[in-house]
Design a protein around this ligand. Structure first.
Ligand SMILES: Cc1ncc(C[n+]2csc(CCOP(=O)(O)OP(=O)(O)O)c2C)c(N)n1
Length: 659
């Protein structure tokens, strides 16, 4: 192995050696602790340390790194005390996730490290958002994100590189090519000659280097950083290395040919660098035992410190509270604002514009939303007022853009993502339910992102442009979900969603866009998320509904003036207003839960279950549900009408009142 020190002095080289040796020694200790059952899982990075250490040394301390499961060297090089890492691995209180997540699955703003979730791939787009925040703030910074070669097969890899290239984001995408993804060799993972060749397809620079040579890693990334901080653009960097142990310590290595281990053992990053330093007189042979002894002592002490820490005492209230970033809705003492009569769609646009004016750090992203104004023209004219850097057309990649939105939030921005149709959120599902939703619970970081969801049927648009998919998300703790049914609520809930530091899914019904209008306050006004509205008083039965269902219920009530029907518009589904619903039921004794979503496991099931459990003694009839047919949504008018819950509203109400 050839080492080129370039301009590095002896002292720096010695410091690099220590940075490289330390994680190796920690790893060796981990193998012992693992055998003793004092830590759970361990993904060894032995043999790959030069990448983690060399790359971290090349980053400035205030630049973000997004490492993977084998990159202990990132954490030690950034000098996180080993006792805190141990506490994290043992699930102790002073760990980064309070016992809620394992191994390296945590982030820390203090050390500018954003750890991965278990899923391979999503971290790549987070780096895009972080870098975008730097570019928008005119900070000359680089962001470094890792993936294994196996992870490059995920769609998230493609989306993140494409976005970074189109938006010229200063991100180093570092592939740690260690030969195997669990048991899968590279020959079964990809079929290009070298992974770095993929850079050509994205129109970006690619480099392939020896990942076992710390100086090559350090110099390459230092040089790339210098260039991309000044002239922002992404780079794909393939670092060749080898996984010297099993995928994780329990999984064995039988499938790896022995000769590969021998070949790569000769290229060991620590011993080769040590040899080089000895040969060049930077390190003296008799210094090594002293360095090792010092490290052993530190390691023992730090482990003892973590061992001495008491275990976590479980507390349900704390767990529930920490699911969400703290937020107190300030009940505004608003003067009566002048109003203008507006369509639902214009109220949304109005709310968005107000939000953009209120928050200078708010960025909207979506397909065709800039000059074109979006598929429904909600952002028409926004580019003129807010500019293209804050009103961003995106490539067609929902997962990447939701990930980039989270990255923006991690780096001080707020983001709104417009799904062109709510149906397409399925392509960004993982980022929402696993990254956006779980991050605050895991390591205490709020994710200030709103996803706009143009949802619902009624326009004959068929199975993939009409879905009511709120129930895909209502069962995911960590998300807030709102669903306005009127123009004033649409504006107020949008402003509230943007104000809230948690991820909020904002459902807007396409059928209502141009179909309804109402008075909307001209100024900024918010409604507290989680508060329902009793829009019609009654004494015989309560219809509990939201979205288009509210309008069906109103139509029903008008058609039946002889029946005294109370209508509750939930407005928010997560959290939902249990108090208002219970109060209504106690008054009427009969409840119908109505929604446009299909019946089985629709959100109505949750409300019905809640009422049966908590309000049984007030019920004069079983709680009934009225939902759409348990089929996909058909296109033709007659079929769609038959599908929708509205077709069964009369008969269900008859059943409820006649019981
Ligand atoms: C989306 C997803 N699919 C599958 C897995 C299970 N899994 C965990 S690590 C791993 C192999 C990863 O290989 P690679 O990306 O090359 O990284 P390495 O472990 O070799 O460092 C697999 C399949 C996962 N974590 N995420």
């Amino acid at each position: 192995m050839i080492f080129d020190r370039k301009n590095l002095d002896n002292e720096t080289l010695l410091a690099f050696y220590k940075k490289l040796l330390f994680p190796r020694m920690v790893e060796e200790k981990m193998l012992i602790l693992l055998r003793q059952g004092r830590i759970g899982k361990w993904f060894s990075g032995i043999g790959q340390e030069a990448i983690a250490v060399g790359s971290t040394l090349a980053m400035n301390a205030d630049e973000y790194i997004l490492p993977m499961h084998r990159n202990l060297g990132v954490f030690t090089t950034r000098e996180i005390p080993l006792s805190r890492l141990m506490a994290q691995w043992q699930g102790k209180p002073s760990g980064f996730t309070k016992g809620r997540d394992r191994s390296f699955h945590f982030g820390t703003q203090e050390y500018k490290i954003i750890g991965m979730i278990s899923h391979l791939g999503p971290q790549l787009a987070l780096a895009d958002g972080i870098a975008l925040a730097d570019v928008l703030s005119k900070r000359k910074k680089s962001t470094l994100v890792y993936t294994g070669e196996g992870g490059t097969s995920e769609g998230d890899f493609h989306e993140a590189l494409n976005i970074a290239s189109v938006w010229k984001l200063p991100v180093i995408f570092l592939i740690e090519n260690n030969g195997y993804a669990l048991s899968t060799p590279t020959s079964e993972q990809y079929n290009c000659r070298e992974l770095v060749d993929k850079a050509i397809g994205y129109g970006i620079e690619g480099r392939r280097i020896d990942g076992n040579n710390i100086l090559e890693v350090y110099h390459t990334i230092t040089e790339l950083n210098k260039a991309i901080r000044e002239n922002p653009r992404p780079v794909l960097l393939e670092c060749m290395t080898f996984r010297m142990r099993g995928h994780e310590e329990a999984s064995g290595i039988k499938y790896v040919p022995q000769n590969l281990f021998e070949w790569w053992a000769a290229k060991d990053p620590v011993t080769n660098f040590e040899k080089y330093l000895l040969a060049s007189g930077v390190l003296l042979k008799d210094q090594i035992p002293a360095i090792r002894q010092e490290f052993s002592k530190i390691i023992e002490n730090e482990i003892e410190k973590a061992d001495a820490e008491p275990d976590i005492v479980p507390d349900i209230a704390t767990e529930l509270k920490d699911m969400y970033a703290p937020y107190r809705f300030a009940v505004a003492q608003q003067p009566a604002l002048p109003v203008t009569n507006k369509r639902y769609i214009d109220a949304i646009s109005d709310g968005l514009k107000s939000a953009m004016r209120r928050h200078n750090n708010l960025v909207i992203m979506g397909q065709d939303i800039a000059e074109y104004g979006g598929a429904f023209k909600i952002t028409q004219g926004f580019v003129e007022e807010f500019g293209k850097s804050r009103v961003r057309n995106t490539p067609i990649c929902e997962s990447g853009i939701v990930g980039a939105a989270m990255g923006l939030a991690l780096n001080g921005y707020k983001a709104i993502v417009e799904m062109q149709f709510a149906d397409f959120v399925s392509c960004g599902f993982n980022q929402i339910v696993n990254n956006l939703a779980k991050t605050h619970y895991r390591w205490g970081q709020g994710v200030d992102v709103v996803i706009r969801m143009p949802a619902g049927a009624g326009t004959g648009a068929g199975p993939f442009h009409s879905q009511s998919n709120e129930a895909w998300f209502t069962k995911t703790p960590g998300l807030k979900i709102v669903y306005p049914a009127f123009p004033a609520d649409a504006k107020a809930l949008l402003l509230a969603a943007v104000d809230d530091p948690n991820p909020v899914l904002y459902f807007e019904h396409k059928y209502l866009y141009r179909g309804i209008h109402g008075d909307v306050p001209d100024g900024d006004m918010m409604i507290e998320i989680g508060k329902a509205n009793v829009i019609r008083q009654g004494s015989q039965a309560s219809i509990i509904t939201f979205g288009l269902g509210v309008h069906w219920a109103m139509e029903y009530a008008e058609k039946h003036p002889d029946q005294s029907v109370e209508i509750i518009d939930l407005r928010s589904l997560q959290p939902w207003d249990q108090e208002a619903v219970e109060a209504s039921l106690k008054k009427t004794g009969r409840a119908l839960v109505l929604h446009e979503d299909t019946l089985t496991s629709g959100f109505g099931a949750e409300i019905a279950a809640h009422l049966s459990e908590h309000c049984f003694k007030y019920l004069d009839a079983p709680v009934m549900r009225c939902g759409s047919l348990d089929t996909a949504i058909p296109m033709s008018k007659a079929l769609e009408e038959q599908f929708l819950a509205k077709a069964r509203l009369e008969e269900t109400m008859q059943k409820l009142l006649g019981y």
